[in-house]
Ligand binder design. Structure first.
Ligand SMILES: Nc1nc2c(ncn2[C@@H]2O[C@H](COP(=O)(O)OP(=O)(O)OP(=O)(O)O)[C@@H](O)[C@H]2O)c(=O)[nH]1
Length: 392
């Protein structure tokens, strides 16, 4: 990582060097390269915040009707009350309609609606208010309506968003301000209008910094939480979470999903003969070597002790067998005595094995791994009791 980018991460964002990963800068820019676990956790967080805020707005929006009725002339106050009631209904609907399901698309939809309701309210209220020249208390209350885009842009700061997402969500509020100026162009005072616009751009910039900083911390936390500290591959807990996500995808889209349960052979003897530290080193080296041989979309997890789980999304049984043949041909590395390190592997696939859920898929791969142990170790057992030869 370059000195300049490290300066940004450490000095500007306040993260420690170990908490920053390769490709994190790209992940702050756009959500395309986010790993599925980060995407799903972020989707949950975004939608929960959307629901929290729409709940809050559904209480606060109608309360202001009383102030309008006491301070603004009729029928303006009643027209604004009608608008407020419509907005309240929309907020209530938003609070109840969307349930977090880990899909980013749904979270974006929720955010778009949360921001669209006040933006429309702002435009329509502005149209109504532009027909009146209000002074005194009425003037002060009506001026309050012009603050809505500022509130919206500042509200962005509570969401962990990438820079591109920030821009997309800030744009409607900025456009609403421009449109309101266009609709009442003759009555508008240009310096005030452009001054307000400049202020909104500034607030949007500060919000973008707050959003991306939150996201950077979230990425660091997720990375720490999902990795196994010894080997650096995914932990058991994150393996379960990813299996849940991948299972939903396999069921919905019909895409294949292969799972390999890997148990190292005679690992205890490494510890017994060479010590626990040598055992740890062997596990670390194996994880690093395996990681290099796999595709970016493949997911290697440490299930526990000397057991690993390999998740192969969008991979059929024959394709998974090819992957394992390649891995076994290259070898799993060496034991401290120079002998080849071997493993017993159980392979199962979502559709071909007709499993009902991911625990069943895992149980099948685990059972096949035991079969491989019983049949003499250093082999792969997959569907139809097919045993891949020891020397692939
Ligand atoms: N060094 C080290 N050893 C570990 C770790 N986790 C588990 N082990 C050891 O891995 C060994 C697993 O032993 P067994 O379950 O008997 O399996 P095995 O010796 O590989 O024999 P088979 O699986 O039957 O081929 C135990 O001695 C554990 O203490 C770890 O993080 N580091």
């Amino acid at each position: 990582m370059g000195r300049l980018s490290m300066l940004f991460w450490v000095k500007v964002l306040g993260l420690l060097p170990g908490e920053v990963g390769h490709g994190d800068a790209g992940s702050l820019l756009s959500p395309h390269r986010h790993m599925p676990l980060l995407a799903s956790r972020r989707a949950h967080m975004l939608l929960n915040r959307v629901r929290l805020f729409s709940c809050l707005f559904s209480i606060l929006t109608p309360l202001w009707i009383v102030v309008d009725i006491y301070t603004l002339p009729s029928p303006l106050s009643w027209q604004l009350a009608g608008l407020r009631l419509l907005a309240t209904l929309a907020f209530v609907w938003l609070t109840r309609a969307l349930r977090p399901d880990g899909r980013l698309l749904q979270a974006w939809r929720g955010m778009a609606m949360l921001f669209a309701i006040p933006s429309l309210f702002y435009l329509f209220s502005h149209l109504l208010l532009s027909h009146y020249s209000l002074v005194g208390v009425s003037g002060i209350i009506s001026a309050g309506y012009t603050f809505l885009p500022f509130v919206l842009l500042a509200g962005l700061a509570i969401f962990p968003l990438t820079l591109v997402e920030c821009l997309v969500f800030a744009l409607p509020a900025l456009l609403a301000h421009l449109l309101s100026g266009y609709l009442q162009w003759s009555a508008m005072v240009p310096p005030v209008f452009w001054g307000a616009f400049w202020l909104q751009v500034l607030i949007a910039g500060v919000s973008a910094l707050a959003c991306t900083t939150q996201l950077a911390f979230m990425m660091a936390l997720v990375r720490q939480a999902v990795r196994d500290p010894l080997t650096g591959v995914f932990s058991r807990r994150s393996a379960e979470e990813m299996l849940e996500l991948l299972a939903v995808q396999a069921q919905r889209s019909g895409m294949p999903l292969a799972v390999v349960f890997i148990d190292l052979d005679h690992f205890k003897s490494i510890n017994d003969s060479f010590g626990h530290a040598a055992g740890d080193q062997t596990l670390k080296r194996l994880a690093a070597d395996l990681g290099l041989q796999l595709r970016k979309s493949d997911i290697l997890c440490r299930w526990g002790g000397e057991e690993f789980l390999l998740l192969l999304p969008q991979t059929t049984l024959p394709q998974a067998r090819l992957v394992l043949r390649r891995v076994r041909r290259r070898g799993l590395g060496l034991r401290p005595d120079g002998q080849p390190l071997t493993a017993s592997m159980g392979l199962a696939e979502w559709h071909e094995d007709e499993v009902a859920d991911w625990p069943a898929l895992l149980a099948l791969a685990d059972a096949r791994m035991y079969q491989a142990k019983q049949q003499g170790r250093n082999r792969v057992v997959s569907g139809d009791d097919a045993v891949l030869a020891q020397t692939a």
